[in-house]
Every structure is written in structure tokens, then in C-alpha cells.
Design a protein around this ligand. Structure first.
Ligand code: FAD
Length: 318
């Protein structure tokens, strides 16, 4: 079922949904599935599975020369999605990136998802490949997520890259895109970034998932601005539960967000991570209560494939 159909069927009641990350290469999938299992009790409407592109590194060869190699540390998104759908009967949402994909790679990837009966995708540009700082499309691949949305929309009407004929099956993907209530780090202004979201919606996005935020006012302002500007698709808030003292430094650096002074102070005053985790849980419960009051379509938790904090929060709400 599509994410938008789940939202419609819930009839105004917020859904519970989660995002997981594939395990590091070489790990057994059962550990990952085992971490999802406790959360099934809360009936997640859908489970997002992140995609991790290639990274580049220099390797010294036997003849002493240096060659650039690439590796993917967390492959497996498609396989994990298939397992979630067929083992748990829950709708997976694979993340699909521009980065590291030619348009043909994208088409093949989407064909695999279609064969597996997967109804949803989250269309993203992705970041620059490590260790580089600038995003570069791969051999004519997409530069921005709105272009990727366009390709998926084309497949949804049976328009493939090299063929356009009646015998080709059209896919029917429900397409999500990302948005940033506190601005994407590359955009000079919120206005510019907002215009980008409009481009993605105009290209055919069906719903939005936000970057994590810890100050609900940022989300409320963002949603209100979207509504005033004719963006009327569901905007799902992404939620992260702060769980260690170190995250006070890490989260703002990685995700370009601000932590409210009250939260920062409460965590700084904690003696250890156990106490910090408790503060993080209580903060998130309070955030969720306000978001439910506001009428959000789903409470979407960035779990990092760990269930304990998400369960501690969600059990107080669902
Ligand atoms: P875009 O919407 O393409 O925007 C990227 C930047 O380009 C923005 O600053 C935008 O304002 C600017 N821009 C857009 N169009 C133009 C234009 N025409 N001219 C100039 N500038 C333009 N990353 C992963 O690698 N794997 C994941 O699984 C993953 N999942 C995510 C899930 C969510 C919910 C979110 C919020 C992020 C996720 N990310 C993931 C991170 C994401 O890939 C990065 O934030 C990336 O830098 C931007 O992706 P995007 O789809 O928002 O890009």
C-alpha cells in the first residue's frame, strides 16, 4: 500500500513509522530484522530503509602505485526492503539516490523494486561521495532530486528511458521527497530551499518527510509556509531521540540543525549518557504530543536500527 493511502485510511489519526539503516557490510540480516521485531508491536505503517552510496579511497598496489578504489559500506537496501515486505508484511520505503547512479542505473533499480511489489520510494539527491565536498552526478545522472522525481513519474506512465510503448508496464510508485525546516546546508536562504521543495512537488512528489528537528516551532512555521504557498501534500515530521551527551555536538554538525537551549542545558546537566537518554526520551514525547495536536500525518522515527528509545517514546503515545 502507498504511504499516502495509509495516511488517508488513518483518517486524521497519526501513524507510527520508522527509518532504519542497512547493517555494515558482512553482517547478518537477522540482527537487523531482530531489531525491527519489537517495533512491529506498534504496527508501523511503513518502514524507510536508507541507501548508502559508494565512497572513494586510495589503495597502494603491489607495484607501489596508488589507485583510487570505491566501496559501499552499507549495501543491501533492496534486499532488506524485500525481507520487510515479505517477512513482516509491512510496506518498505527504499531510499533512491541521484548520487552514484546513472539514469539507466536508476531505471534498473526501480524495475527491481517494481518486480518486488514495492509501492513507495523516497527520492533524494544524496550527498557528495566521501571524501569529496561537492556533489557530482554520475555520467549524466541526475543533479537534483526534482529530476529524479521526474524520472520516476515518467516510469509511472510507462515512459522508460529508451522505450515508450504501450506494451511497457507502467510502475505506480508513491514518491516521497525530503525537506529541511531549518534549511538544507547548501542553500543560501530558506527561500531558495523552499523554491526547491516546490520544484520537487511540481515534478510529482506525493508527500514530504522532514529532516529531524528538536524545536517544533521550526516545523510548524515550515508547514504553514508550505500551505500558504500551495504545497498541500502531507508533510511528515522526522524525529530523532537524543540518546547521548556527545550528540549535543554531533547532531548540529551532521544535520545542520539547532538544539533548543532548554534541551541543551538539560542534557549538559546530566551526569552520564543514561540520564541524557532519559532527557532525550522525555523531550521527544513532549514534541510528539504537540505534533499530534497540530495534526501531523505520521510520527516518523529515525531509529538507526535500534528499538529501545523509539519504543520508550512510542509506547507512551500509541
Ligand atoms: P535536493 O532536493 O536535490 O536539494 C539539494 C540542494 O540543492 C539543496 O540545497 C537545494 O536547495 C539545492 N538545489 C535544488 N535544486 C537546485 C537547482 N536547480 N539549482 C541550484 N540548487 C538547487 N542521504 C543518503 O545518502 N541516503 C539516504 O537514505 C538519505 N535519506 C534521507 C532521508 C531524509 C528524510 C532526509 C531529510 C535526508 C536524507 N538523506 C539521505 C540526506 C540527503 O541525501 C542530503 O540532505 C542531500 O544533501 C540532499 O538531498 P535532497 O534530496 O534534499 O536534495
Amino acid at each position: 500500500m502507498k504511504v499516502t493511502e495509509h495516511i488517508q485510511q488513518a483518517n486524521g489519526k497519526p501513524l507510527f513509522s520508522i527509518e532504519i539503516i542497512p547493517p555494515a557490510k558482512g553482517t547478518d540480516i537477522n540482527e537487523l530484522l531482530g531489531s525491527i521485531e519489537p517495533m512491529l508491536e506498534l504496527k508501523p505503517a511503513f518502514i524507510d530503509v536508507t541507501f548508502h552510496r559508494e565512497e572513494y579511497f586510495d589503495k597502494q598496489m603491489p607495484d607501489g602505485t596508488i589507485q583510487q578504489m570505491s566501496t559501499r559500506k552499507r549495501p543491501g537496501t533492496v534486499g532488506i526492503c524485500a525481507s520487510i515486505l515479505h517477512k513482516f508484511g509491512v510496506d518498505p520505503v527504499p531510499h533512491v539516490l541521484c548520487g552514484g547512479f546513472t539514469k539507466d542505473d536508476t531505471e534498473d533499480f526501480l524495475i527491481d523494486l517494481n518486480y518486488l511489489g514495492i509501492d513507495n520510494v523516497l527520492a533524494l539527491r544524496g550527498d557528495a561521495a566521501k571524501p569529496y565536498n561537492t556533489f557530482k552526478p554520475k555520467n549524466g545522472g541526475h543533479s537534483y532530486a526534482n529530476q529524479l522525481v521526474g524520472q520516476i513519474k515518467d516510469m509511472n506512465v510507462g515512459k522508460y528511458l529508451h522505450e515508450e510503448a504501450e506494451y511497457l508496464n507502467a510502475s505506480d510508485f508513491c514518491i516521497g521527497v525530503a525537506a529541511y525546516p531549518e534549511k538544507h546546508f547548501e542553500a543560501d536562504t530558506l527561500e531558495f530551499d523552499f523554491d526547491n521543495l516546490k520544484r520537487k512537488v511540481d515534478a510529482g512528489a506525493d508527500y514530504v518527510v522532514t529532516q529531524m528537528f528538536f524545536d517544533n516551532q521550526k516545523y510548524f512555521d515550515f508547514v504553514n509556509k508550505c500551505r500558504q504557498n500551495g504545497i498541500n501534500i502531507p508533510i511528515i515530521p522526522g524525529l530523532k531521540i537524543l540518546a547521548t551527551k556527545k550528540q549535543l555536538d554531533i547532531l548540529p554538525k551532521i544535520f545542520y540543525l539547532n538544539l533548543p537551549a532548554d534541551l541543551r542545558k538539560a542534557v549538559e546537566n546530566c551526569e552520564n549518557d543514561k540520564a541524557a537518554k532519559q532527557v532525550g526520551i522525555e523531550w521527544c514525547v513532549q514534541q510528539c504530543r504537540e505534533l499530534v495536536e497540530f495534526g501531523v500525518p505520521s510520527l516518523h522515527f529515525y531509529t538507526m536500527s535500534k528499538s529501545d528509545t523509539t519504543m520508550a517514546v512510542a509506547k507512551q503515545l500509541f
